[in-house]
Ligand binder design. Structure first.
Ligand SMILES: [Zn+2]
Length: 113
C-alpha cells in the first residue's frame, strides 16, 4: 500500500523534529495533499491512525488540506482547474498549459507539546 510508506515518511519528519525539540507529545499534523499527488486522503488518515498507535503522536489530529489540480494557460495566462477531461484552456482552447497546483504532498505544520 503506497499510502503506508508515504504516511511513514511524513511521521519520520514529524518525529525527527519532535525529538530535536524534546517534545513529549504531537497534538496535530497539518498535511497538504494535492489532487494529483497520487495518494488518497482517506487512506492517509487510516494509516496515520494505525502508525501513531503507542507513539507520542497517538491521538494526534491529522488535518488534511486538499489542493485542487490547477493550471495556467501559457497563451492567455488564465488560471483554471484541470481534470482528466479538461486539459485545455477554457478561454482560448490552447493546450499549452502549465500545471500550477495539485502535485503537493508535504507537512505544512504541526503542533507539539
Ligand atoms: Zn488561454
Amino acid at each position: 500500500m503506497h499510502e503506508l510508506s508515504v504516511t511513514q515518511s511524513i511521521l519520520d519528519i514529524v518525529f525527527d523534529h519532535a525529538r530535536k525539540n524534546q517534545s513529549r507529545k504531537i497534538l496535530k499534523v497539518h498535511l497538504v495533499v494535492g489532487a494529483i499527488s497520487g495518494v488518497v486522503p482517506d487512506s492517509i488518515q487510516f494509516c496515520f491512525e494505525a502508525l501513531t498507535k503507542e507513539t507520542i503522536a497517538e491521538g494526534a489530529m491529522l488535518e488534511i488540506e486538499k489542493v485542487p489540480y490547477t493550471g495556467e494557460c501559457a497563451s492567455c495566462s488564465k488560471s483554471f482547474e484541470l481534470s482528466d477531461y479538461i486539459q485545455s484552456c477554457p478561454d482560448c482552447r490552447s493546450n499549452d498549459i502549465e500545471i500550477t497546483g495539485g502535485r503537493e504532498l508535504y507537512v505544512k505544520e504541526f503542533e507539539v507539546e
